[in-house]
Design a binder for this molecule. Structure first.
Ligand SMILES: Nc1nc2c([nH]c(=O)n2[C@@H]2O[C@H](COP(=O)(O)OP(=O)(O)OP(=O)(O)O)[C@@H](O)[C@H]2O)c(=O)[nH]1
Length: 155
């Protein structure tokens, strides 16, 4: 993977350019992960997602994630590396998501974009989740022998 990427890269199978996105899986010592709601005014506002955002031209994933988490949450993360890459084709954008586990940060969480945050164990107790975040939740659930959402109660 290149050290720095353009914010958009050549077209994917659907003929659209890909938007590169850095996403953080912030994990607490007890295994809880941080989810937050998408701010008002953005596509899928109110859906739950992992914190992160689009790369700016010339930024690495780690640099973009560091900047986004300061902007959105007011916390500063240490060095991170990408643990998984996924793609999702939305009506509004074809996105390539670079996922990083984040185990250490400094600062106090502030919801700087009017979002709501929740530390979540699996199965999740919040929803709905952004479709592009679902494959990673399934991957994390597989690591833990858990389900992303609880089984429906029998009728
Ligand atoms: N942050 C985040 N984005 C995700 C996740 N899953 C997922 O599909 N995405 C997609 O990745 C893209 C991220 O864009 P964004 O709008 O949050 O990024 P940003 O903060 O840089 O936006 P802006 O500066 O244009 O307002 C969106 O298309 C969003 O739907 C996720 O778990 N977290």
């Amino acid at each position: 993977m290149p050290d720095a990427m353009a914010a958009e890269t050549p077209a994917g199978p659907s003929g659209r350019r890909r938007t590169e996105v850095a996403v953080g899986i912030l994990l607490r010592a007890d295994g809880a992960m941080l989810l937050s709601t998408r701010p008002p005014g953005k596509p899928y506002a109110g859906y739950w997602e992992f914190p992160g955002g689009k790369l700016e031209a010339g930024e690495t994933v780690a640099q973009a994630l560091r900047r986004e988490l300061i902007e959105e949450l007011g916390v500063t993360i240490g060095p991170v590396s990408v643990c998984k890459v996924t793609e999702h084709d939305y009506p509004h954008a074809l996105v390539r998501l670079h996922w990083c586990k984040v185990l250490a940060w400094t600062g106090t969480f502030e919801m700087r974009e009017g979002q709501t945050m929740a530390w979540q164990q699996l199965p999740l107790t919040v929803g709905p989740v952004l479709p592009g975040a679902y494959p990673v939740l399934q991957w994390l659930a597989g690591e833990r022998g858990q389900r992303v959402v609880a089984d429906a109660a029998p009728k």
